[in-house]
Write a protein that binds this ligand. Structure first.
Ligand code: SAM
Length: 255
């Protein structure tokens, strides 16, 4: 990949740190300085934002007495958010962590999900073995988490919902980028909502924040299809949008 090329910039956008590739750069060259800035300043600011969002989730659960339940993460490539979530939530809360991912990267990208050449099948792939290795290295106890491997259209079944129930979700982190992926996720998590469940959308402003695409559209469609489910906006920054599930209001459908 050429330094400074269009495709490289796109690659950086998904925060694949340059340091994780074996790029050899001589100290004090402009390329070296830029790599350093990307690693230490740019990428760090993104992880700080994510960490703060997860700490806000911990605080929300603490002040509202949500002491146990699931932490669901949809889109787990690299296990970075998963590890941040464990660090932010586990000191105060006894949650069970579930990582839902194909562990083969993105599915086919079609229709409104096409974003130039940014997304393609197989992109952002971390194998299940590598994911578990990263969790182990991070000292996440094996009994505290599980992985659900496969594409959501195949794995998010009523059978799986029954197996995971009746425990509800405390925090749901949606980081699967695509509209087509977020639709089955929201349908699946519906049965795990309890008053206070926090849903965090990681990619709210993808596609230039176009409400007719991505996670935004999936959530808007979900709310229209389920008008009795009430959500309160909780947190918003330049990356994330989080909502608190308030509960189900029977009267809303009669208005
Ligand atoms: C942006 S990455 C997740 C990054 C991760 N949260 C982190 O720690 O940085 C998106 C992930 O969503 C997964 N994904 C997207 N659509 C999916 C689908 N339909 N089924 C299963 N996994 C999917 C991909 O495999 C990829 O790992």
């Amino acid at each position: 990949m050429l330094v400074g090329s269009h495709s490289e910039r796109r690659y950086m956008r998904k925060f694949e740190l340059w340091g994780e590739r074996q790029s050899l750069r001589l100290p004090f060259t402009s390329a070296w300085a830029r790599d350093r800035w990307v690693r230490n300043t740019y990428a760090q600011s993104i992880w700080t934002l994510r960490r703060n969002t997860l700490l806000a989730a911990a605080r929300h659960c603490e002040v509202n007495g949500i002491t146990h339940g699931y932490y669901f993460e949809f889109g787990c490539h690299g296990a970075r958010t998963f590890r941040l979530a464990y660090d932010a939530l586990s000191p105060l809360h006894d949650f069970t962590y579930v990582a839902f991912d194909s562990f083969e990267g993105l599915p086919d990208v079609t229709g409104i999900d096409v974003h130039g050449d940014l997304w393609y099948r197989g992109q952002m792939s971390t194998s299940e073995i590598d994911f578990k290795r990263l969790c182990k290295r991070h000292k996440i106890p094996e009994e505290k988490y599980r992985t659900i491997k496969g594409f959501y259209n195949d794995t998010l079944t009523p059978k799986l919902a029954a197996e995971l129930g009746p425990l509800r979700a405390a925090v749901i982190y949606v980081d699967c980028d695509l509209y087509a992926s977020t639709v089955p996720v929201l349908e699946f998590v519906k049965g795990f909502l309890q008053p206070g469940t926090l849903i965090v959308f990681d990619d709210w402003f993808l596609y230039n924040g176009d409400p007719a695409r991505g996670e935004r559209k999936a959530f808007a469609d979900f709310c229209s299809a389920n008008p009795r489910l009430l959500f309160q906006s909780f947190l918003s920054n330049n990356e994330h949008q989080a909502f608190i599930f308030l509960g189900e209001t029977p009267e809303i459908s009669q208005r």
